[in-house]
Design a binder for this molecule. Structure first.
Ligand code: APR
Length: 254
C-alpha cells in the first residue's frame, strides 16, 4: 500500500480506471464474479445486445429498470469518495469508468468518462436521439419482470438504454478522450475490473506504453505484464482510501 501511496503522492496527472468491482462495495453486483454475478441468473447475450432488444424489448428494458432501481438504492462507497477526494489535492484526476451507474458523480467526481454509457441516458432505438426529458420514475420492476419501454414522442421509436451493448462500438469521442487521458497520465489506478472486455481493457496498457505506472486494485491478484505495474489485493473500499488518505488527509497512517 505504501509504495502505491507514494506513487500517487508524486503524480501530477492521474487516471482512475474503474470497473464493476468499485461499485461492489455499494451492493451493486458485478458481472463475472460467481457469487455476486448479476448474470448468475441471466445470459448476457439475452440481455445486452441490440438483437436481444429487437426480440424482447420488454425483457431488456425491465432488466435495465431493475439495475436503475438497484443503483438508486445504493450509495457511493469509500472508494468512490476517495477518488473524488483525490481530485481535491491539486492533481489532475480523470475518471474513466466502464460502469453505467452514477456513483462516481454522486461521490463528487466530475467529468467522468463513461466508456459504456450511462443508465440515466436512455435513447431512441429507431433514431438514436436522446429525448430532451424522459422520466422513468413511474416505471418500476422487480428482478426478472418485463416492462414495455416508453416511446419517443417525435418518432414513436422505442426507448433503449443509453449503454454500449456487445457488438456495438464505443462512441468515438468518448474513446478518444479516454485514450488521451491514459497517454498523458503519470499514474493509472485500475480498480475493480476483470480486464476481459475490449477495447476498454486496453486503457491500462495504453498508459503503460506511455510510461505511466499502473496500480491494479482487485480482490484477486492481477497478473502483471510490466515492472511499471503493481497489484494490490483487497476490496476497493479499503484499498483506495488507504492509498489516497496520506495526501488527501495528511497525517493519516496508511
Ligand atoms: N473491490 C475490488 N475489486 C472487486 C471487488 C471489490 N469489492 N469485488 C469484485 N472485484 C473485482 C473482481 O475480482 C473482478 O475482477 O472486480 C472485477 C469485476 O469484473 P467484472 O464483473 O467483469 O466487471 P467489469 O470488469 O467492469 O466488466 C467490464 O463487461 O459486461 C461488460 O459492460 C460490462 O462494463 C462491463 C464490462
Amino acid at each position: 500500500m505504501k509504495a502505491a501511496a507514494e506513487l500517487i503522492a508524486g503524480a501530477k496527472r492521474i487516471v482512475v480506471f474503474t470497473g464493476a468491482g468499485i461499485s461492489a462495495d455499494s451492493g451493486i453486483p458485478t458481472f463475472r464474479d460467481p457469487l455476486t454475478s448479476i448474470w448468475a441468473h441471466y445470459d448476457p447475450e439475452k440481455l445486452e445486445t441490440a438483437n436481444a432488444f429487437r426480440e424482447n424489448a420488454a425483457l431488456v428494458w425491465g432488466w435495465y429498470l431493475w439495475r436503475r432501481a438497484l443503483v438508486a438504492q445504493a450509495s457511493p462507497n469509500a472508494a468512490h469518495l476517495a477518488v473524488a477526494q483525490l481530485a481535491q489535492t491539486g492533481r489532475e484526476v480523470t475518471v474513466v469508468t466502464q460502469n453505467i451507474d452514477d456513483l462516481h458523480e454522486r461521490a463528487g467526481s466530475s467529468g467522468v468518462i463513461h466508456l459504456h454509457g450511462a443508465l440515466d441516458l436512455p435513447k431512441c432505438f429507431a433514431c438514436h436521439r436522446t429525448p430532451a426529458s424522459v422520466s422513468l420514475d413511474h416505471q418500476f420492476v422487480s428482478e426478472g419482470l418485463s416492462v414495455e419501454p416508453p416511446r419517443r414522442p417525435r418518432c414513436n421509436g422505442k426507448l433503449r438504454p443509453g449503454v454500449v451493448w456487445f457488438g456495438e462500438d464505443l462512441p468515438t469521442a468518448v474513446w478518444k478522450r479516454a485514450v488521451q487521458a491514459a497517454q498523458g497520465c503519470d499514474v493509472l489506478l485500475s480498480i475493480g475490473t476483470s480486464g476481459v472486455v475490449f477495447p476498454a481493457a486496453e486503457i491500462p496498457r495504453i498508459a503503460l506504453k506511455s510510461g505511466a505506472r499502473v496500480v491494479h486494485i482487485n480482490t484477486t491478484e492481477t497478473p502483471l505484464e510490466s515492472p511499471l505495474e503493481m497489484s494490490l489485493v483487497g476490496r476497493a473500499a479499503i484499498c483506495v482510501p488507504a492509498i489516497v488518505s496520506p495526501i488527501a488527509m495528511p497525517g493519516e497512517v496508511v
